[in-house]
Ligand binder design. Structure first.
Ligand code: ZN
Length: 175
């Protein structure tokens, strides 16, 4: 199976997506992180190797360790505003810090809380107090439970990861 994707690189971080506008929005989110918190921005490059946006609709997304790849279906990028997207990238890359010697350092169901906290702090830097409402809503919805029902996407991510690692994807460079 061969699939076409576009890719671009920012320093060591590879960004792969099925459409130009997806790459552009990720670039914008990264610039926003840089502008908002340069330390958090610098940390991204050790925490995250690849951002991979699929051509599938839906909100499923998953961070893979030790590969340090974040997969997301395209609605995650298209339907969220840029502030939220930037904060989500900060959140996802933080998961890399919770992983040592091939294992997560805390139980899986405890990984989210500290990542959400960091995300909330980042959003607050961007938006002030009004950001708190968004985070509270997301915590209440427990979106990660909802996502875990989207088994198709998780199998799809694994399939893409496999193709990517075996260099079976047709990647076209995009500036
Ligand atoms: Zn998370």
């Amino acid at each position: 199976m061969k699939k076409d994707f576009l890719h671009t690189k920012i320093k060591t971080l590879e960004i792969i997506a099925s459409q130009k506008n997806l790459l552009k929005k990720i670039r914008e989110a990264l610039s926003l992180i840089k502008k908002t918190d340069i330390k958090e921005y610098d940390r991204l490059f050790s925490r995250l190797n690849t951002i991979f946006i699929t051509n599938k609709n839906g909100y499923a997304n998953e961070f893979f360790m030790p590969e340090k790849i974040w997969f997301a279906n395209k609605s995650v990028i298209l339907k969220n505003d840029i502030n939220w997207l930037a904060s989500l990238i900060v959140h996802e890359s933080f998961h890399a810090t919770q992983f040592k010697n091939g294992k997560y350092t805390i139980p899986l169901n405890k990984l989210e809380k500290p990542a959400l906290k960091l995300q909330a702090e980042f959003l607050e830097k961007l938006e002030g107090k009004k950001s708190k409402k968004d985070i509270d809503r997301v915590s209440k919805e427990k979106y990660w439970n909802k996502m875990s029902k989207d088994k198709n996407s998780f199998a799809y991510f694994r399939n893409l990861l496999n193709l990517y690692e075996n260099r079976k994807l047709d990647l076209k460079s995009k500036k």
